[in-house]
Design a protein around this ligand. Sequence first.
Ligand code: ADP
Ligand code: MG
Length: 591
Amino acid sequence: MAPSSVTGAHIIARTLKDLGVTVIFGIVGVPVSDIAEQAINLGIRFIGFRNEQAASYAATAYGYLTGKPGVCLVVGGPGVLHAIAGVGNATENNFPLLLLGGSIETHMVTKGAFQELDSVSLLTPQTKLSIRPPNATMLPNLIANAYRCAFYGRPGTGFVDLPADIIMNPIAIEDVDRTPKVSNPPRGAANKAQLAKIAALIKGAQAPLVLIGKGAAYARAETAIRDLIDRANIPFLPSPMGKGVLPDSHPQNVSSARSAALKMADVVLILGARLNWIFHHGEAPKWNLDAKFIQVDISPEELGRNAADADLAILGDVNIVVPQLMELLGSWSFASTSSPYISRLDAAKQKNEAVAAKAAAYRSIPLSYAHAFAIIKEALHELSPPEDGGIVYVAEGANTMDISRSIFPLEHPRLRLDAGTYATMGIGLPYAIAAWEAYNGPNAQASSGPARRKKIVAIEGDSAFGFSGMEIETMARFGMDVLIFVINNGGIYFGDSNTKNDWETKQERTRKGEPGLRSWALGWEVRYDKMAEAVGGKGYFVRTPEELYNAAAEGYEASGPVIVNVVIQSGKGEQKANFGWQVAPAKKHAR
Ligand code: ADP
Ligand code: MG
């Protein structure tokens, strides 16, 4: 190749570098490996995964944590198909993702080529922009455009299909476009007249409530929202990932009186959240039938959905609209002292917190969920108190995720990643990798709270863990000190069996071709901890409170990945009744 010529692979890597990309998540094959190699040569990290699904999930979480598109590079055909899991996840959670997929040479189209797939047609309805560059000259322009689309407006996916000949063939340097500058997304403000109407509505409320969603966390609106709540004295309720935008310890946090708050609220200000299943669509009987919803959202299509009334909505960025609204509210604050709403919320909080304390105090071996989490919390808090914001929690599984959410308090934003709006299982290990990279990596771009370095703690159901369990090797390869708890009840949801005997009997019947193991069953006391040992990390198999406490404390200090395999009660039991008041419903199809 003459020195004045470059390959498409080089141009692609150069464009990513120009856009400020510092890490790529993916899996290579020929010829996209050329792109990864060139990127590494330019100082970009390439984190190679074991399955494209996991790589694409990691890129979406990295996008959420950094506020810029996470980049995922995969081979064509099956690679792109697997990465569609991340595309769905990005769309449903509004996370910014730039997906780069290889594809066959342009002249091979329809010839039955190796890993042939018409990715652009497939992905067009699933993405904000799907494009195949007609030549290498245009690569910088088109990649920059896909990158821009991914995080301008409501975040989602930009996809670029990269034919093998465009990746590999040399072209003259002077024929290549320059990379256009992509600034941070412009942010919209509220319409003033609309805002005045809304301020009046809030001032007249008998039972106001603020919902804080992950859009507010993504907007980095913590300071603005804190000022609003402190000044206006309005109770607030975070969504699962809106948790931590305001400290859980804030007196206006009504998370533990969730049902009562939904039922009573008459004016609801929604900051970066949606009235979807997580908030019961805003509908009765969970909500007051006459409740008025004020949505603040960057997406016009979101406004007026379900129980919301678009006449009361504000199109704009939370971080800009909230201070605007505060100006109009002036010194007004919600008079809580004589409010029956507040006394009902206080009573509900007390009652529910007593139920939670009772659940955590419930003693048994095998452990219950609540008891296991209480021990983990005790061990972790001694090493890193919540005020420091030194721990990022990743959680997935049905009960594991739902029950753990209320047990581990957060005092700072963007420190909890869970299965999100899509209830996506398999995100646990990839999100932990993304969080490690975003907070601790050599080009760390995320921040929250005083602690600079974060311990990444993944709390995994045994079923959920299985979806991306092999990524433990990815963590070990990159020296990521992630502490993983597998909450092992031998099954999906509550599992299938109560005892080893019962499980073995069912397994025997299954072998004989009789109805035996039910669909919820997984292996009994599987040694997931050995997977950490297999890759050079540490594994603990624990049953008792002492073993769990010691493993958590020791595992926290380890320098590589750790799996603490926690055997807990299997089968429906006493535990179930204790969590009726929990946040976000554990859907039957979740794990
Ligand atoms: P949660 O699951 O926490 O309720 P959702 O993902 O359902 O959160 O909703 C987040 C909402 O926040 C989306 O409708 C999205 O359009 C919106 N959003 C994202 N960023 C911003 C922003 N900067 N300002 C306002 N709204 C935002
Ligand atoms: Mg399980």
